[in-house]
Design a protein. Structure first.
Length: 365
């Protein structure tokens, strides 16, 4: 005899299992009955083994479920096991080369642990970021990796993650107000090296293109800029520190055109990301100036576009693959060993990549 666990007319909390005993020769009748009257939910058998007779075999139900094309409800499984084997990732822009590479590395680590990754983009919107996090919490994700949007200035929605007991790791764009594990590039040191390089090439009036004031990446890269200028006893002209409304090519181009029309003309421009450096390049070309002879340019993040611009743009490699891998490992420490996991910040060293837009070495010959 084969026994099938099922629920006639559906199942409700507190309802007992019914055992249906049918001869193996009546297999087709079992299938028909199961299709019409039984909700098969295999994981429940593990929770209530005492409800199942010794002669009944779990494999019988599993085989039948397979033949019927049964697929477990992931939310129901999460309720039972308290694990969804899924983590969520929220990035400001999924089409951005840096964030795409971070996500790729996160997925690689998740695969190693048998987890899936749900990825969403906030599109630089606080409301979208908040909504994405709410969806991840509702779907019982086991952990979340997040880089905050340019418009995020309050963190109640992120505190909700911590209140829910869900592991969280921030990367790249973080907030000092949040006591969580973080993975960041060594932004200040990288910016310092950029400005030192520009000064070594003869620049003295170095403009800084930065973004929204509250974002950590802008603050830290400005620290490096100011440190190098101060150490070299160069004037810090506040007119050359330009705060753009966002990190786009368009915003940077508009700002640099305005700067070049003023009396405060720089001989070098440091954009805190590659898109801003590209915007600066477009503005300089539009004004008929030469790069790097008249104005040297340096970006940040080593995007694909930076390599193929004319001239190619000097930049910083943040090693996004390392950032993604490190963030994911920190998250899984919390998921798999919460008792021993500790909050910490991991800093990834960057590499200076000098290309045509800032290389003035040939001018010295």
């Amino acid at each position: 005899m084969s026994k099938v666990v099922g629920f006639s007319n559906g199942w409700r909390p507190g309802q007992s299992y019914k055992l249906f005993s049918l001869p193996l020769s009546e297999e087709e009748e079992v299938k028909l009955f199961a299709k019409e009257h039984i909700i098969l939910y295999i994981p429940e058998v593990d929770v209530y083994p005492n409800m199942v007779e010794e002669k009944w075999k779990l494999s019988d139900v599993q085989n039948l479920a397979k033949e019927l094309g049964y697929k477990p409800n992931p939310i129901a499984v999460a309720l039972k096991t308290h694990k969804s084997t899924t983590i969520g990732g929220v990035v400001p822009q999924i089409v951005n080369n840096f964030f795409a590479n971070v996500v790729k590395s996160i997925e690689g680590v998740a695969d190693k642990y048998g987890y899936n990754v749900l990825v969403s983009s906030s599109n630089e919107s606080f409301e979208k970021e908040k909504k994405n996090i709410d969806i991840f919490l509702a779907n019982r994700c086991d952990g979340i990796i997040l880089s905050i949007s340019k418009t995020t200035t309050s963190y109640e929605h992120i505190q909700n993650i911590l209140t829910s007991g869900i592991p969280l790791v921030l990367f790249d764009r973080t907030a000092k107000e949040l006591e969580v594990s973080k993975v960041v590039a060594d932004d200040a040191e990288a910016a310092y090296k950029i400005v030192q390089h520009l000064i070594h090439g003869g620049a003295r009036k170095i403009a800084l293109l930065t973004g929204p004031e509250h974002l950590s990446i802008g603050k830290n890269r400005m620290k490096g800029y100011l440190k190098a200028m101060t150490q070299n006893k160069l004037e810090i002209d506040t007119n050359l520190i330009v705060r753009c409304e966002d990190f786009t090519v368009k915003s940077a181009k508009t700002a640099v055109l305005r700067l070049l029309d003023s009396k405060h003309i720089p001989d070098a421009i440091f954009g805190i990301n590659d898109d801003m450096a590209i915007g600066a390049m477009e503005a300089i070309k539009e004004k008929g100036l030469q790069i790097p002879e008249d104005v040297a340019i340096f970006g940040f993040s080593n995007s694909k576009r930076s390599r193929y611009m004319t001239p190619s743009i000097s930049t910083i490699d943040q090693f996004p693959d390392k950032i993604g891998e490190t963030a994911a490992e920190l998250l899984f420490e919390q998921i798999l060993d919460p008792k021993h996991a500790k909050i910490r910040e991991e800093v990834i060293n960057c590499e200076l990549i000098v290309r045509e837009s800032s290389d003035r070495s040939y001018l010295e010959k």
